[in-house]
Design a protein around this ligand. Structure first.
Ligand SMILES: [Mg+2]
Length: 309
């Protein structure tokens, strides 16, 4: 499935007009979960808009938690640990002080000692609008989307579809939607042990994200839909696999590893208390990945112009 043409248009326009100057400050070209500057600093940024990224089920604390975790998850995907955070916050008038207090609490809890070092505050004529930037440090060579090769095994952490289940009203999964828990120790640990050939986080769902990883690596992939780690509570839904691969918001790690490292990867997951599932393998030749005999569901699109693959 291609990226949303609307988002791609915005991105391509900005990169075209920015010119090639940025490339000299980067260690690797744009296209991963975060940028890596020449000195090894890893930078990621997420915008978070009321009515787009969250609804009335989220408390201010949930919003703060979710915003921080989305950014930390991108650092995790690179094999980096957070070292500082910056925040811009635009709020409608009159100011809802208790919402701000809740937001601040959730944001700092999720950051867990990563210091907030600056940002900006202003009023908004419409919804609340937030943007956080996180800086991180690599612990070893970075995890990139471009390193997968034929024969590699494809792994995911945790469960897929928990956030979808929460969104669609399954009470036992609501906390996974409101308060995602990315496996923040896993990315750096995989990088440190050189157990990973490529990786990214699952923010948009396996459907879109695996397509991106395959495209970046110039490979294809076969996924066994029966091997996907689905929450038991999702089984009441009409198509749990579609929920698990098409919704996103799980913030689990998708990565590839050499088959000879299978046991080492499993052992590492056990030592970190992170469940890991091998869900398929990388195939030679560029082309869309396959999901058994199924078609990939159409994923989320910000601008509503996305076509099914
Ligand atoms: Mg990401």
């Amino acid at each position: 499935m291609p990226d949303d043409p609307g988002e791609s248009f915005v991105l391509n326009t900005l990169l075209r007009d920015a010119g090639p100057g940025g490339a000299s400050t980067l260690r690797v070209p744009p296209g991963d979960d975060a940028a890596i500057l020449a000195d090894g600093l890893v930078l990621t940024q997420d915008a978070f808009i009321e009515g787009v990224h969250w609804d009335e089920r989220f408390s201010g604390a949930d919003v703060g938690w979710r915003l921080a975790m989305a950014n930390l998850s991108d650092l995790n995907a690179m094999g980096a640990r957070g070292v500082w955070a910056m925040l811009s916050i635009a709020m409608p008038k009159p100011l809802d002080r208790s919402w701000v207090e809740g937001f601040s609490q959730g944001f700092s809890q999720a950051l867990n000692q990563v210091p907030l070092i600056g940002g900006d505050t202003c009023s908004s004529p419409g919804p609340k609008a937030l943007s956080a930037t996180l800086g991180g440090r690599l612990v070893a060579a970075p995890i990139l989307r471009s390193g997968a090769s034929a024969g590699d095994e494809i792994w995911v952490s945790g469960q897929l579809g928990a956030a979808a289940g929460g969104y669609y009203g399954i009470a036992s999964l609501l906390s996974a939607f409101l308060r995602p828990m990315p496996p923040l120790t896993l990315g750096p640990a995989l990088a440190e042990r050189a157990l990973v050939t490529s990786g990214m986080d699952l923010s948009d769902g396996l459907s879109q994200d695996l397509h991106r990883l395959c495209a970046a690596s110039g490979v294809s992939a076969q996924i066994d839909p029966t091997s996907l780690p689905l929450p038991a509570a999702l089984m009441d839904r009409s198509d749990p696999v579609a929920d698990a691969v098409g919704f996103g918001e799980d913030f689990e790690l998708l990565f590839t590893a050499r088959p000879q490292d299978n046991v080492a990867v499993r052992t590492l997951g056990e030592s970190l208390g992170v469940s890991l599932s091998c869900i398929g393998h990388i195939q030679a030749g560029s082309g869309p990945p396959t999901l058994g005999q199924r078609a990939w569901p159409v994923g989320w699109s910000h601008f509503g112009t996305e076509a099914p693959c």
